[in-house]
Write a protein that binds this ligand. Sequence first.
Ligand SMILES: *[C@@H]1O[C@H](CO)[C@@H](O)[C@H](O)[C@H]1NC(C)=O
Ligand SMILES: *[C@@H]1O[C@H](CO)[C@@H](O)[C@H](O)[C@H]1NC(C)=O
Ligand SMILES: *[C@@H]1O[C@H](CO)[C@@H](O)[C@H](O)[C@H]1NC(C)=O
Ligand SMILES: *[C@@H]1O[C@H](CO)[C@@H](O)[C@H](O)[C@H]1NC(C)=O
Ligand SMILES: *[C@@H]1O[C@H](CO)[C@@H](O)[C@H](O)[C@H]1NC(C)=O
Length: 568
Amino acid sequence: MYYKIWYLAIFLIIFINTNLVAETNGAKKYNEFIQRELDMDKSDTPKNILVGSIIGGGRHLSPMLEICKILVDRGYNVTLVAPGNFTATSTLYHSIPQIITDIRKDDYVSLEMRKTLFEEYDIKNWAIRMRMINHKYKYTKYFNDYLQAYKEIKPDLFFCDYIANEPCFDLAWKLKKPVVGFTSGTTYFTHPPPIRSDPRMGRGCHVSMENESFYNRFICAVVQPLRVIWAFRDNLNDINALRAEVGISKYYDYRGRTNTLFLLDNFFGFEIPSAWPPLIQEIGPILSDTFPNLSSDLDLFLSTHPRTMYISLGTNLFTTPENYAIILQSALELINRNILDGVIWATVRFNVSELPTTIAISNGDIVSTLNIINNLHPHLYITNHGGVGSGQESMYTATPMLVLPIALDQPGNAERLELTGMALKLSKLDLKVVDIISKVVRLLNEESFKMNAKRMQVLAKFNSKRKYRGADLIEIMLNLAKYDGSRNENGELEVDIETLLRSWITPNSRMGFIRGNYLDVFGAAFIIALTLIISFGYGFYKIIRFVFKRWSLRSRNPRESSLKHKNE
Ligand SMILES: *[C@@H]1O[C@H](CO)[C@@H](O)[C@H](O)[C@H]1NC(C)=O
Ligand SMILES: *[C@@H]1O[C@H](CO)[C@@H](O)[C@H](O)[C@H]1NC(C)=O
Ligand SMILES: *[C@@H]1O[C@H](CO)[C@@H](O)[C@H](O)[C@H]1NC(C)=O
Ligand SMILES: *[C@@H]1O[C@H](CO)[C@@H](O)[C@H](O)[C@H]1NC(C)=O
Ligand SMILES: *[C@@H]1O[C@H](CO)[C@@H](O)[C@H](O)[C@H]1NC(C)=O
């Protein structure tokens, strides 16, 4: 007992003494703080980045280039490889050099593509559309374009847009270069937890399956995903055949190489909350810090029309001439009934010759369509600019929305927006003037839309700072590559991408399906539990049976047992 106290005493003394020493040292240097080293020594960090996209267009390129602008400020060299003359003609990204791969022909639209947009959008339309976007020749063309660009600029990292962009990921893997993917949606390329689905998976499938019936949950979690794999088999076969031609081994996942680090331009609150694999890093919403000022025309229009509705139907998708006529008529009715003062329509994609020449409104006025298009209507303003990421901008500015989903991720995003409580949605297959008017009136008059829009604004504003995190993640990859790579005979740094990604790849993915999901352990636990329950149950049954037999024996022969008692 004694020695224990001694031990404690010695320990205390030592402890106090060392503390005193520390205290006196600290007092001496009280005012001297040393700056924590904030930056990596980047002198020998690889710095060339190739940004690749097949789709091009503002919606894909703007957020990617927003991250690249941060990287350029940090001393990296960025080159864009994409169709269209994008950076030279853009106000925000003209400092980033571009290798133009293709001239975008926006007005060419095949009949088949029109059908996928005009009909109910489902798995089959989706597969057809993806096959057309990733049209046969494109894989080989883009693979060679990226390869040519690689030879010219010797990038150390590929930053690839996700949609239809297999050649970008394939080339990076073949050349053993670090690669980071970029996307705004998840349902297409992650196997989502079954609680999350998507309307394009079929009727009854929604972004959140929270309140759906057993039948819908079964169909959307089990049946439709199998149909997706079936519907995309042609796409996969096309691409695998083309891969073989350029020396890339076949890859049997219709979603592409999803075992890559992805930057996800999205945020919870808009996206249904659920756990992503660490390989998917949320960094959205990405918005530019500056934006072009209004033209003086538009400025004048807005100052004379305080209650203005802004219509933006996206740059790539469009709807039927009938729907365009309905939207135009609704705009005129809303102005006529003094519900709104004005309407601005951006990025017009309709073909004027397919619209009715005049539109009749309820007060008896007949309005000429051509006059509207030529901006001769005093309260309707048509402009061909704007309309990139309008959903995110609306959340950022807390503006309630009326949404008309057409295809791809739009039906899902429309549901997400409606679930936030700041938007109402329309149906492209059943568009009606009265419906549009009543929904606009609700959006303007019901306080809840404004409050929910403000709530989303909080999430959007704080999360919009995460584009710097996106740039950080690309820098992390480049810095890690220094330590994981080895030099080939040409002195170029090569990495094993899977090794490079080991900080984000969950161990269960290496353990196989059964061990990875702990099915062996839980299976064994289940069998043990079942065995115990059965043996207890059997024992209990035996006891009950024994007791019952005794009891029934007694009640059948009461005399016998009373005799027995007497004998005793
Ligand atoms: C970045 O680009 C500039 C101009 O094209 C070039 O002078 C410089 O050497 C490049 N830096 C690297 C690290 O390749
Ligand atoms: C791209 O746009 C810029 C600026 O408008 C122009 O100077 C240049 O010639 C264009 N390049 C091509 C290939 O069209
Ligand atoms: C499901 O219903 C609950 C209770 O009415 C509601 O709170 C929740 O928001 C609903 N979820 C969806 C996705 O509609
Ligand atoms: C934006 O443009 C309008 C006229 O179009 C002008 O009055 C205003 O001062 C400009 N704003 C800024 C910040 O330059
Ligand atoms: C516009 O529609 C007319 C009539 O349907 C058609 O002839 C013309 O080719 C279309 N133009 C474009 C650019 O699609």
